[in-house]
Each structure stands twice: as C-alpha cells, then as structure tokens.
Design a protein. Structure first.
Length: 166
C-alpha cells in the first residue's frame, strides 16, 4: 500500500458534518472524548495555535468549525476575511492535533454542535458558559463546556492594524 502524501493527509481532515457521522459513531463506541471549538481563524497565529492545542488536550478528537468567507464578512466586516476559507481550513487541518475541520455558513455553529454532539465544547475566555452558543446542547447530554484564555497580544485584528500602520 502506498503512503499518503502530506497533502492527502491534510485533505483527509476536511469534512462536512454528514461525512463524519460514521466517524462520530465509531469514536463514541471507542469511548473517545470529542472536543469541538469554532472560529474564523483568519491569519493563523500563535494565539490560535495555543488555543487549539489547549482545546485538543481536553479530549481525544478535536473538531474545529470554521466560518465560511461569507459568514466572516457578516461578523467582521467587508474587509474580512483576509485569507480565504480554503487557506484557513488547510492551515488548520495541517496542525497535528486537529482531527477534523468543518466549514459552516450560519451565523452561529449551533447546527454543527447539535449534529456533532461533542463531549466538550470550548470557546475563548471572552465568553462565559451562559453565552456560549450550544452550551445548553452539550450540557443537556452530560458533556462539559470550558473556556480557554488567549495569549495576550495575539489577535488577527491586532495583526491587521499593525500591517495597516506599516
């Protein structure tokens, strides 16, 4: 059997929620703890990598929901995203501790969270459990919701401003 190229390995992590249903069932049977987080992840930086590594450490499988270009523009303004969804999802999928990357076009990841039914839901510490979308879904099934502190000084908005100042 021929080994997969690095590009093929990355592509194997890019999915739709429908395409991972089989894997979700297998992971459940294997008692794997599925962790879910989401975001725009525009201009991948140290803060993102730190956040995602800490999220991955909360379980066995890390699924990352990524806003489509259209939803990033709605959330962040017409000048965003800076990098397109193909670039953003490919970079995230290249991280060894990210198992699955799924694009979503809705304003929130509620449909994704409801379909995936993760054991752990993660957001940044700029949220509280009571205002994290999908927390009720995860808690109702006996899962947990956690927040992770950001690395100070790292954000896409700060990088964007630094570039503009030139």
């Amino acid at each position: 059997m021929e080994a997969l190229s690095k590009r093929e390995l990355i592509d194997k992590k890019l999915h739709t929620v429908e395409s991972i249903q089989h894997w979700l069932n297998i992971w459940k049977l294997q008692d794997k703890k599925v962790v879910f987080t989401n975001g725009c992840f525009d201009i991948l930086h140290l803060g993102h990598v730190d956040y995602l590594a800490k999220a991955a450490a909360k379980g066995d499988i890390l699924i990352v929901g990524v806003n489509t270009d259209a939803s990033v523009s709605k959330l962040k303004g017409s000048n965003r995203p800076i990098t397109n969804q193909v670039s953003r999802t490919t970079l995230l999928a290249s991280l060894f501790f990210v198992n699955v990357v799924i694009l979503f076009d809705e304003e929130t990841p509620l449909q994704l969270i409801t379909a995936i039914q993760p054991d752990v839901l993660i957001k940044g510490s700029d949220y509280t459990v009571d205002n994290i979308v999908g927390a009720d879904v995860v808690l109702k099934k006996g899962g947990s919701v956690a927040t992770i502190d950001f690395v100070e000084g790292y954000s896409t908005s700060a990088i964007e401003q630094k570039i503009k100042r030139g």
